[in-house]
Structure formats: structure tokens, C-alpha cells
Design a protein around this ligand. Sequence first.
Ligand code: IPM
Ligand code: MG
Length: 357
Amino acid sequence: MSRNIMILPGDGIGPEIVREACRVLEAVNDSFDLKLNFVDELIGGASIDVYGEPLTDAAVERARECDAILLGAVGGPKWDTIDRAIRPERGLLKIRSSLELYANLRPALLYPQLVDASSLKPEVVSGLDILIVRELTGGIYFGEPRGIRTLENGEREGYNTYKYSESEIERIGRTAFEMARKRNKKVCSVDKANVLEATILWREVMDRLAPEYPDVALSHMYVDNAAMQLVRAPKQFDVLVTGNMFGDILSDAAAMLTGSIGMLPSASLNKHGRGMYEPCHGSAPDIAGQGIANPLATILSASMMLRYSLGETAAADAIETAVGEVLDQGLRTADIYTSGTEKVGTVQMGDAVLAAL
Ligand code: IPM
Ligand code: MG
């Protein structure tokens, strides 16, 4: 049975890092006889340049037919002044919402080899293994009404709507509890229930679900405190579950605990476990085209894809072991470089992972 994988390189460093991840996927495709077919599509600025929009409906339809999607990153200065309805980021939001990829899993795992690359003290981060479960298709990112309007006094006002329905909260809550069951059995739900009604309901729904998961301990934390705790004592967390915007922010903070956002993969799943896999970082236009971007977050995203959507555990394990070996060899892209290690570029890093495989 062959499986179709959609490849969406996107913009900036996207094509460079996706190229390395595809080489790794092709290698395991051969060695583990995975029968993967790759289907290329455009997203973000790359799609705007060709079709005048950041993701075509035809591309969404093709994505629906695929077994999984691997995405690089979208956006860049070239499209920053474009009409906001067709910004590159809208392509990403469109595919997330069209395919109902509501469960975004962002594991922040510190490789022991990178303990010195973190900006935090080794004792604070060593052994760190937390999972951020971010709601991805609701909240303020999608709430209507939204816009920029002109008031009676002639002044303009920007506005967005932060809302969550009970069913949206419940399904992401269940994802968090189920993930925690396979880990250290702790869920911390992050909200701003001291101020925002949408998150008062969020907290209520989480509390209502908790008795169904008696083996998992649920706690609650306000988002400002969670940001502080993440940099103060991150190892207190196992699974963090939160809404779209808080998850966006907290996952970047968590990324730095692991040395570099260039190490962080992610999975965005729908209710059938189908999904899109992408690094947590953006398109990094400042370093695009220089061959220095870290491809490991994308390579690790490909490995999450094999694990979560394709059930290919052995191939996923092989990739993760290979990444560990490359780090053991002391190879580092610029973002994780520390003195005494060897600085390599994007392609060399890909080569090293392939060799280790
Ligand atoms: C992320 C990114 C996106 C988001 C942007 C590019 C729209 O920051 O995946 O975290 O905000 O979700
Ligand atoms: Mg982000």
C-alpha cells in the first residue's frame, strides 16, 4: 500500500531545510520499504508569486487526499506589505483550519549534548522533556468578527475576537490528557481565567474532563505565571495545554530552553490522527539562502510524521537515533554552536544524518 506525502517547502529557509528532511525520508523510504510517494505543492509567498494567493483550493484538496504533510515555513519581507487577506501566513492558517488540524503537539526535548547551547543554566534544563499541546484552529487566530475599522472620530481601531466553544476545548483537552497518559501523567492547563471569559470556560471544561482521567493530575496556571515558570523551573511541567495564541508564545519560549528553536519539531493532527508536520520556527529570512539553517527540526518533524500518522515506529526511531549520533559527533549548525564543537551548514548536517542512518 503506497502512501502520499505532500511536501510544502514554503519560503525563506523552508526549501533548504525541507530538502534535507526529504533526503532523510527518501533514505528511510528505501531502507524500510515504506512505499512513500512525494507530492510537491506551493504555500505562502511561493504560492502568492505563482497563483496570487498563499494556498490554492486545489492544493488544499490535494492535501486532503494525502496521508501526511511536511511543511517548511512561510513568510518573508517580500510579502510583508501585501494585502493582509493574502499574506503568506494565511496559507498556513488555511491549511490548518481546512484540514481541522486542531491538535498541535510541540515537544520541547533537550538533547543532553545541547545542554550548553541553552541560555539557561544546565541544572535548570538538563533532562527537560515537556510537551506543549496547543489548540490550533480556534481562539483569537480565527475568531470573528475581526478587522480594522474606522471609528466615528476618524481614528482607526483594530479588533479580534477571542472565543472557544465547549467542544473545541473538550477535544484539545482530551488530546492533552491522552498524551499525558503516555508520559508522566501531569497536565497543566494554561489560561487567563482571572481576566478572560473564554478562558474561564476553558478552565471549567478542563475540570469537567479531569475525573475521566483519574490517573492524570490536572493543574491550572495563568499564562503570565506559566511564562515565568517556564524559564524559572521548566522541569515541573509534563504536558502543558493551552489555546492558540498562548501556545504560540509559550512554545517559542520553551524552544529556547532546548538550546535553539532550530531543534523543535511539531505535529498538527486532526481527529483521525492525520496531520501536518513542521518545525516550530519560522522562515528566518535573515539567513535564507546562506546554507546555514538548522535542518534538524524539520528532520525530526519527518520522524514525528512516521510515528504519528504512518505508524512507522522503526523508521522514526532510526531517524531520532541518527540525530543523536550526529550531535554526539559534535556537529552543530550556527544556532546550536558552542565552542569546542564543529560548525556545519545545512547540507553538511543533512549529510551527517544520512551517514548516521
Ligand atoms: C507558528 C508560527 C505561526 C503561528 C505563524 C507563522 C502564523 O508562529 O507556527 O508558531 O503563529 O501559528
Ligand atoms: Mg509561533
